[in-house]
Design a protein around this ligand. Structure first.
Ligand SMILES: *Cc1c(COP(=O)(O)O)cnc(C)c1O
Ligand SMILES: [Zn+2]
Length: 420
C-alpha cells in the first residue's frame, strides 16, 4: 500500500450530505472516492445525497459565501472558512436598462465577476478543494482555459497547498499573469485546451496526490456550480426564475444550475415552479448548439476558434446532459458571433455599468438572439449568468473602445472635444 492509499483507507471521509457517487448513465453507485468514471460503463459519476431537513432560516443565518449552502454540498459540515476570500453571494442585479434595450419585461443579471478571482470558477474550486482535503490529496491541479487557472492558483495559495496549472500557451496575457502571480507551478502547453485536458488525465493517473479539480475530483468540483442556482433562488426571495441563460463550455455549470433548482423544489425550499434553461455558446465553438439545432444526441467535437476562450472547449464532457436539460425544460442552445459578443459586452457595460468578459458577452448576445428569434419569452422573468470579469479579456475590446479625444491640458480643448 502506498502512503496515500494508507492515508485514505485510514481516514473516514466527511463529505457532509454526500452519500455515494452515482453513474449518470447506468445508475451504478460506488462509495465516495476520487473517481470520476463508472467502472461498469465509463459514464460520468455524479454526487448523490441523503439530505436531512434543511430550512431557509438556517441557510440565511449561514456565512455570506457559498458555505451557507454547505449542507447541500459534498463538503464537511465544519468546512474550513476564509471569511473574506470565500466565493459566492455575488450580486443579483435588477437590470432594468438592459431589459429595456433588449425588449424584455423583467431581467436580472447574476454578476459573478465579484468573486475573489473574478469568475464563477472560484465556486467550483472551493468545493473541489474542500473535498480533496477530505480525500487525502495534497496538491491542487487543473487543465484550464484561463479562469480555472486563476481560481486554482489562488485557492491553493490561500490554503498553503502547492498547485500545478496547465494552460494552452495561446491564453490571454491577463489570464496568464493573474495566475502566475500566485506563484504555483504554471505550465503553458503548445496546444489547445483539449490537448491540455488530455495531458491532465495522463498526469492524474501517475500522481496520486494531485487533485486535478476538473478531472479526478470532477464529481465534487461540478457540484460547486449548484451554488449559482441556490443563490439566484434565494436572492429572488426563495423562488425560481422562469427563464435562465447560462454560458456553456464543458456544460457542467448549466446542468448543475438545473440540479440546484430541482433540489430546492424537492426540499421544499422553493415552490417547484416551471423554468426554462437556455445554453449560450460562441459560434466559433458551438458543438452543443449544433447538436441541439440538428436535433441529435451526439456532440461532434470541433476545433475552437473564438475570442470567448473561457468557453472554448471543443469536446464538452457534459454536452449530452446540456441537451437533456434544455429539452426537458423547453429551452434551447444558441450561438453568437465574436462580433455580437463584443457588441454585447459594450451593451451590458453601457446599460448596467458591469464589465463582463467574453463569456458574459456570449450570454448577453445569446439572450438578445433568443428574444429576436422568439425562443425566449420577453414577458417571462429572466436571469442572465455573467460568469467572468472584462478586465481579463481586454484584448477583445481594445480595438473598439478608447478615449473620445486626446487634448492638451486646457478646458477649452475639453469643451471643443465635447462639441460644446
Ligand atoms: C468555465 C467557464 C464557464 C463554463 O463552464 P462549464 O461548467 O465548463 O460549462 C462559463 N463562464 C466562464 C467565465 C468560465 O470561465
Ligand atoms: Zn455506469
Amino acid at each position: 500500500m502506498t502512503t496515500i492509499e494508507a492515508r485514505r483507507s485510514a481516514h473516514q471521509f466527511d463529505l457532509g450530505p454526500a452519500r455515494a457517487l452515482v453513474c449518470r448513465e447506468c445508475g451504478n453507485e460506488v462509495p465516495l472516492a476520487a473517481e470520476f468514471a463508472c467502472s461498469e460503463c465509463f459514464g460520468p459519476l455524479e454526487v448523490g445525497y441523503d439530505f436531512g431537513k434543511i430550512t431557509r432560516a438556517e441557510i440565511e443565518a449561514g456565512p455570506r459565501s457559498i458555505w451557507r449552502y454547505r449542507n447541500l454540498l459534498p463538503v464537511p459540515s465544519d468546512v474550513q472558512e476564509h471569511p473574506n476570500t470565500d466565493p459566492g453571494l455575488t450580486r443579483l442585479v435588477k437590470a432594468d436598462r438592459l431589459a429595456a434595450a433588449l425588449g424584455v419585461r423583467e431581467l436580472w443579471v447574476k454578476d459573478d465577476t465579484g468573486n475573489p478571482t473574478h469568475s464563477f470558477k472560484d465556486r467550483v474550486v472551493a468545493v473541489a478543494l474542500a473535498a480533496a482535503r477530505q480525500l487525502g490529496f495534497t496538491v491542487l491541479a487543473c487543465p484550464s482555459t484561463g479562469n480555472l487557472a486563476n481560481a486554482v492558483a489562488a485557492a491553493a495559495a490561500r490554503a498553503g497547498w502547492e498547485s500545478v496549472v496547465l494552460i494552452p500557451s495561446s491564453l490571454e496575457r491577463a489570464k496568464v499573469l493573474t495566475t502566475a502571480v500566485y506563484d504555483g507551478a504554471l505550465i503553458a502547453v503548445d496546444g489547445n485546451y483539449d490537448d491540455v485536458n488530455r495531458l491532465a488525465t495522463e498526469l492524474a493517473a501517475d500522481h496520486e496526490d494531485w487533485a486535478f479539480v476538473n478531472v479526478n475530483v470532477r464529481p465534487y468540483y461540478a457540484e460547486g456550480s449548484k451554488t449559482l442556482g441556490y443563490e439566484v433562488a434565494e436572492q429572488l426571495g426563495w423562488r425560481l426564475p422562469q427563464q435562465i441563460v447560462v454560458p456553456v463550455a464543458s456544460g457542467s455549470q448549466l446542468t448543475k444550475v438545473d440540479k440546484a433548482f430541482r433540489e430546492l423544489g424537492e426540499l421544499d425550499l422553493v415552490e417547484p415552479t416551471p423554468y426554462r434553461v437556455f445554453g449560450a455558446q460562441a459560434t466559433g465553438c458551438s458543438p452543443v448548439a449544433a447538436a441541439f439545432q440538428a436535433g441529435i444526441d451526439v456532440i461532434q467535437p470541433v476545433k475552437p476558434d473564438t475570442i470567448a476562450r473561457s468557453l472554448a472547449i471543443g469536446a464538452p464532457a457534459d454536452g449530452p446532459y446540456v441537451l437533456d436539460t434544455v429539452r426537458r425544460t423547453n429551452g434551447s442552445v444558441e450561438h453568437v458571433s465574436d462580433e455580437e459578443v463584443v457588441d454585447a459586452i459594450r451593451l451590458l457595460a453601457r446599460t448596467e455599468g458591469i464589465f463582463a468578459e467574453t463569456a458574459g458577452g456570449v450570454t448577453v448576445a445569446t439572450a438578445k438572439k433568443l428574444i429576436e428569434t422568439g425562443q425566449l419569452d420577453p414577458d417571462a422573468e429572466t436571469v442572465l449568468l455573467i460568469t467572468g470579469d472584462g478586465l481579463k479579456t481586454l484584448d477583445a475590446v481594445e480595438d473598439k473602445i478608447g478615449p473620445r479625444a486626446t487634448v492638451p491640458p486646457s478646458s477649452a480643448a475639453v469643451r471643443e472635444a465635447l462639441g460644446l
